[in-house]
Design a protein around this ligand. Structure first.
Ligand code: NAD
Length: 470
């Protein structure tokens, strides 16, 4: 495991010159490693290295860039065990889920390697030929959160590289070790300076947003931070892709087979201990099914084995950090005080570590904080409704618009409802599924732009129109 925290600038590992910080293991609250953040001078050095590398990387033939991305995927696969263990130690998720994360990292890298950058023929007549070409933007900065740290870093870095940009990444200070190891691996394959890494939190994030020689920021994190980035990025009109917070609603229609959907609803609500941007975070259930579905969800919650992600048999790990743990605790307490009925969990686990069991809260509705705010943790509010239009109204009565879902046996009716939800993605009889080839992004306060698929790839490019008069 990477035991030293460092920056990685122009192919060299260097110690940070900024403030000290610790990386904590959320399962026992011990310090995994201490290190120093980057100074703003060091950020400048990383950006300068990326700018210099851009001159040659942008002209590297497509086929070569693609082959190099496949070599990176091979190297990630060869180091999969180490990466998965690092993720468990600093992020907390159970080992099997960390292995899924590393598997996803490989899949997304290979998918991007094989994507074609399209040239669009806009007109081809006797008089003229007009074509749309895609050019790289330059230096792309990636700012990532702590929930799926390796996978999200890959989502940012690989399309940037595929399209000929160079990169400066800044992982979350709470989970930097996996991304540092990833960038080391990438640097075994790519020329120095193509991918660099700096450490830091708000201060260095703001310096990135204001930096005059960064051309684009791809950011995944909370809405307030995304708004900050947008404000500070105006100086040089940076391109932005912002994947922000969500408060995804799921609607269970009358006539749904409860046994067929309960497990899917549980798994997509509590994936990664609920710390997933597009997890199902509010569940609206028709009156006719309410009691039976609540009881199935509570059984599934109680069957979870809560513990250290490295321990055999653990199915449910800790919340990643103390601040998030306290938010979940506070929202559940507030719901209880407002008449919410706790069907499972509802109290933190005693002892060291940020353990909070999967918690199902019934008899709450819009207007209660657990429903209105993003809990980003293991507590699901279940809301009773009797009229489908009212459920749609409550689902849309929310400033976020990342994902949503409709669960039901009548697929035509499910689709009719799905089309009315205000979100970037609506799943029918599923939730939270992200795929390399399906564009993903939010509306309203959940962000702007998309990732994945060709649409996601093109966000790392500038359109240039060549208008040729014959
Ligand atoms: P956060 O916004 O606190 O931090 C995210 C990153 O931004 C970190 O690297 C942090 O150091 C950096 N940062 C902090 N202040 C900054 C500033 N002023 N300028 C620039 N960078 C700054 O988010 P978090 O707590 O790490 O993650 C949880 C949030 O992320 C949740 O709201 C969740 O919904 C969201 N999220 C969204 C998606 C998505 O795809 N839409 C995916 C995962 C997480």
């Amino acid at each position: 495991m990477t035991t030293q925290l460092s920056l990685l600038i122009n192919g060299e590992k260097v110690a940070g010159n900024g403030a000290s910080f610790d990386v904590i293991n959320p399962a026992d609250e011990t310090i995994l490693v201490s290190g120093k953040m980057a100074s703003t001078d060091q950020l400048d050095q990383a950006v300068a290295a990326a700018r210099q590398a851009f001159a040659t990387w942008r002209t590297t033939p497509e086929a070569e860039r693609s082959a190099l991305l496949h070599r990176i995927a091979d190297r990630i696969e060869a180091n999969a065990d180490e990466l998965a263990r690092i993720i468990v130690q600093e992020q907390g998720k159970p080992l099997f889920l960390a292995q899924v994360e590393v598997g996803g990292a490989v899949a997304w890298t290979r998918y991007n390697a094989d994507l074609e950058i399209p040239v669009k023929v806009i007109e081809d007549s006797d008089e003229k030929r007009i074509e749309g070409h895609r050019k790289p933007l330059g230096v792309v900065a990636s700012i990532t959160p702590w929930n799926w740290p390796l996978m999200i870093a890959i989502w940012h870095i690989m399309p940037a590289l595929r399209t000929g940009n160079t990169v400066v990444c800044k992982p979350s200070g709470m989970t930097p070790l996996n991304t540092l190891r990833l960038v080391e691996i990438v640097n075994e394959v790519l020329p120095a300076g193509v991918v660099n890494l700096v450490l830091g939190e708000r201060e260095i994030g703001e310096a990135i947003s204001r930096h005059q020689d960064i051309d684009k920021i791809i950011f995944t994190g909370s809405t307030p931070t995304g708004q900050d980035i947008m404000t500070h990025a105006a100086g040089n009109l940076k391109r932005l892709t912002l994947e922000l917070g969500g408060n995804d609603a799921g609607i269970v229609l009358p006539g749904t087979d409860v046994n067929a959907v309960a497990e899917g609803i549980f798994n997509t609500s509590f994936i990664n201990m609920g710390q997933t941007c597009a997890a199902l975070k509010r569940l609206y259930v028709h009156d006719s099914l309410y009691d039976s579905l609540c009881s199935r969800l509570a059984d599934l919650a109680q069957a979870q084995v809560v513990g250290d992600g490295l321990e055999e048999g653990t199915t449910f790990g800790p919340v990643q950090n103390a601040a998030q743990f306290n938010i979940v605790r506070e929202l559940v307490e507030d719901a209880r005080a407002k008449g919410g009925r706790i069907l499972s969990g509802g109290e933190p686990v005693n002892g060291k570590g940020y353990f909070y069991p999967p918690t199902i809260v019934a008899d709450v509705s819009n207007g209660v904080r657990l429903v209105d705010e993003e809990q980003f943790g293991p507590a699901l509010p279940v809301i009773r409704y009797s009229d489908v239009d009212e459920a749609i109204r409550m689902a849309n009565d929310c400033p976020f618009g990342l994902g949503g879902s409709v669960w039901g046996s009548d697929l035509d009716e499910a689709e009719r409802v799905a089309r009315q939800l205000e979100s970037g993605t609506v799943w029918i009889n599923n939730h939270a599924e992200v795929l390399p080839h399906a564009p993903f992004g939010g509306c309203k306060l959940s962000g702007c732009g998309v990732e994945f698929g060709v649409e996601g790839l093109l966000e790392y490019t500038q359109l240039q129109v060549i208008n040729l008069r014959k």
